[in-house]
Ligand binder design. Structure first.
Ligand code: BGC
Length: 738
């Protein structure tokens, strides 16, 4: 539809009709039993029958047949037959679940993430959906925060590359094209900066930390064309994001040029009252509207207050028109005025969902996301050996994460199912050894609804342990699939202790007493304290929550069919007392390498360094990276510099190395991080093969928020590092001359 027609449509709409376009309800409001809805959820929420009839979008319902019926009935009653928008959290897959986003970050392959997002979009689109609340691009530094699993990690450059790729994957060039959905970049802004890693907590960031670290990934998603942005729950420097005019009007819409639809997070506008920022609902509605929030997710703050505010002339109706116009434009970009059902198709649901192509992609992505943390020669395993798989993830389907709400754990391939096809049946045994959680942890997860984990009676646990220890004694090698419960990460799952559940540590300790050849396969949604695990196990393979094809991909990696190439997108702390710990920190005036012993910036009981740093990950082969070569000694505004290294596979099998470029601005008007990732390349090398890898360093790569508040570069000396993790010291120096 042309813009003039949209404008004419807007002009013809009544005030309430417009306000209800800004209301988003859950699908449950559209069940058959209207009487029950009106006396139940609608009454509790304060929405009337008219609002339900006119709400512009719904969230949380999918299925082609259901949504087509709903759309038809809705449009018949909507005075201008405006179609409704169907939104859902399709985070790392719809039904075919790909590795969780942090794991995707570990692939250092944004192009792969783009493919996963495109496959997810296709499954979502045929299921009738128009918008996904993804990607989540929040920068994360604190492993205590449960939502780190939804992010691509701690680095602004890596996150920006992934943000762009995922938006492109979901939307393509044109979100109205077949099998595409609108992407929603979230949560604006700095939700990952929650103090002490506690969910929904306060965020206090100075402007240069905000701008240099936290904002770039949102900007990258917006530049890639994301149709929507979601506000975050947190306050930012004292003002809740959802009513923060500076953040939304000046930064998001002004500086970043975002002209799409801004939606609040779930009840986030209402929560500004609890924050102590809005006096009441009317005040919250006014503030959020003035900040430019277009859709109120699942509260009646807008629908019950805006009309009165306009009538009293407390808010300008033009602000409502502006928001509604953006919503209509989005519906138009999706082509819904021409085809309100878009790609919803019951027949295609059968052929597209969980199809072989998507499953293969899920297996490839999972394999590439695994990070080999330690390997004392136990991996890849010799399948002729007598092997015991011992651990609660041996035959566990729940490997898709808690943010895969449309996925079914029952579609997952377990390790046991995949291993049975490859390992010698006579010489391989499988034992859970213990439940995922002991009674203490199960109790901690009370209130998680139907998804409650089960607790196993103590007597049963003892039997499981005894059987496992017996099997471990008899085996040449023990492979232990251990990990967090999937409900221990995701939203509202902050943890003060980031260890493996005690019941599993007991299993590991008992097994270690009888067999020293232990490979730990680790499932988790966040970096954990792995000191003891790393001590007891000869090899540790990090597999995150790997998704639908997880078991198959793990067996590929264990047997060497796939050579691990993942790199950590987030530092794994030495212990929780170090958190937040991230590689791109600043040097202090008294660094730990100063020679003198006492008055240094350090802990007296643990090292400063994380156990496993950002960018780290081993392979079954070895790589050698040559010293850095530069084709000059200075970068200028007009002239770039080329840095190169030769990477050689010095081992005996083919492998892939992620070669990483870091820069350090040695002296500047504002202190700069020790290292900042500025580029990476994945290099595939056969045994003995070598390749040259080059990076171009130009002036825009040197920019930052300077002391005078402007963004730009400053003259002076720089260090440049090229290596295979953030702790590389393979460096060269150059100057920047303005
Ligand atoms: C989460 C969002 C999500 C929304 C809708 C909220 O609780 O913070 O990330 O998109 O719910 O499901």
């Amino acid at each position: 539809m042309e813009r003039e027609k949209l404008k004419a449509l807007l002009d013809d709409m009544s005030l309430q009709e417009k306000i209800d376009q800004m209301l988003q309800l859950m699908g449950v409001f559209y069940q058959e039993d209207m009487e029950g809805i009106l006396t139940g959820p609608a009454r509790n929420m304060g929405v009337g029958e008219e609002d339900i009839r006119l709400a512009g979008s719904i969230l949380g319902t999918y299925g082609a047949a259901k949504l087509k019926k709903l759309q038809k009935e809705y449009m018949e009653k909507q005075p201008h037959h405006i179609p409704m928008l169907f939104m859902m959290d399709v985070i790392h897959g719809m039904k075919t679940i790909f590795p969780m986003p942090l794991a995707q970050g570990a692939t250092f392959e944004p192009e792969l993430s783009e493919k996963c997002a495109a496959a997810a979009a296709k499954e979502a689109a045929v299921s009738g959906l128009h918008v996904t609340f993804s990607p989540m691009v929040d920068l994360v530094r604190d492993a205590r925060w449960g939502r780190v699993m939804e992010s691509n990690g701690e680095d602004p450059y890596l996150n920006s590359r992934f943000a762009k790729a995922q938006v492109k994957g979901f939307q393509g060039e044109d979100m109205g094209a077949p099998y595409k959905v609108c992407a929603c970049v979230k949560h604006f802004a700095a939700y990952g900066g929650a103090e002490a890693g506690r969910e929904y907590n306060t965020v206090e960031l100075c402007e240069h930390t905000l701008r240099d670290f936290y904002l770039p990934s949102y900007k990258a998603g917006i530049d890639a064309g994301a149709g929507m942005v979601m506000t975050s729950f947190n306050t930012l420097n004292g003002i809740p994001a959802s009513t923060n005019k500076w953040l939304m009007r000046e930064i998001l819409r002004g500086e970043m040029g975002f002209d799409g639809v801004l939606i609040s997070d779930f009840s986030a506008i209402l929560e500004t009252i609890a924050h102590g920022h809005s006096a009441d609902e009317a005040d919250a509605a006014k503030k959020a509207l003035e900040a430019g929030v277009d859709i109120d997710m699942m509260t009646s703050v807008y629908s019950a207050n805006l009309r009165k505010l306009v009538e009293e002339k407390a808010v300008d109706e033009a602000l409502i028109d502006e928001g509604v116009m953006r919503i209509l434009e989005l519906k138009n970009r999706l082509g819904l005025f021409e085809n309100p059902y878009k790609d919803a198709d019951e027949e295609e649901e059968k052929t597209v969902i969980l199809c072989r192509e998507h499953r293969n992609l899920a297996r490839e992505a999972a394999g590439k996301s695994f990070v080999l943390l330690k390997n004392e020669g136990l991996l890849p395993v010799d399948t002729e050996k007598k092997i015991a798989f011992i651990g609660p993830y041996t035959n566990n389907h729940e490997i898709i994460s808690s943010w895969a709400i449309t996925g079914d754990a029952s579609s997952c391939i377990t390790i046991e199912a995949a291993a049975e096809k490859v390992f010698d049946r006579e010489r391989t045994t499988f034992h859970p050894g213990c439940p995922v959680l002991g009674p203490k942890e199960v109790k901690g997860l009370a209130g998680f609804g139907d998804a409650k984990p089960v607790s196993v009676p103590e007597e049963e646990q003892e039997k499981m342990l005894a059987e496992a220890v017996k099997a471990a004694k008899e085996a040449d090698l023990v492979i232990m699939p251990l990990g967090e419960h999937y409900l221990q990460s995701g939203e509202a799952t902050s943890r003060a202790m980031i260890d493996l559940p005690e019941v599993q540590m007991r299993l590991l300790r008992e097994v270690a007493k009888v067999n020293e050849n232990i490979v730990v396969v680790l499932f988790n949604g966040r970096p954990l304290d792995l000191r003891e695990v790393s001590r007891l196990a000869g090899s540790v393979l990090e597999v995150w929550f790997p998704g639908t094809e997880g078991g198959a991909a793990i067996v590929d990696a264990l047997t060497g069919k796939v050579n691990p190439s993942g790199k950590l997108p987030m530092s794994f702390p030495y212990c929780v007392g170090q958190v937040p710990v991230h590689y791109n920190a600043y040097v202090t005036g008294r660094p730990d390498n100063m020679g003198q012993v006492r008055f240094r910036s350090k802990y007296i009981d643990i090292p400063n360094e994380p156990l496993y740093p950002f960018g780290y990950g081993l392979s079954y082969t070895q790589f050698e990276i040559s010293p850095v070569r530069l084709d000059g000694d200075a970068v200028t505004a007009k002239k770039a510099l080329t840095a190169s290294v030769t990477v050689k596979n010095t081992g005996e099998r083919a492998g892939t190395e992620v070669v990483q470029l870091y820069l350090q601005d040695i002296a500047a008007s504002v202190v700069r991080p020790l290292k900042e990732l500025k580029g990476f390349r994945k290099v595939e090398l056969k045994a003995g093969e070598e390749k040259e890898v080059t990076f171009v360093i130009d002036e825009p790569m040197l920019r930052f928020l300077r002391a005078d508040g402007t963004v730009g570069s400053e003259e002076g000396d720089f260090s440049l590092f090229i290596g295979n993790s953030s702790n590389t010291d393979n460096q060269a120096k150059f100057r920047y001359e303005a």
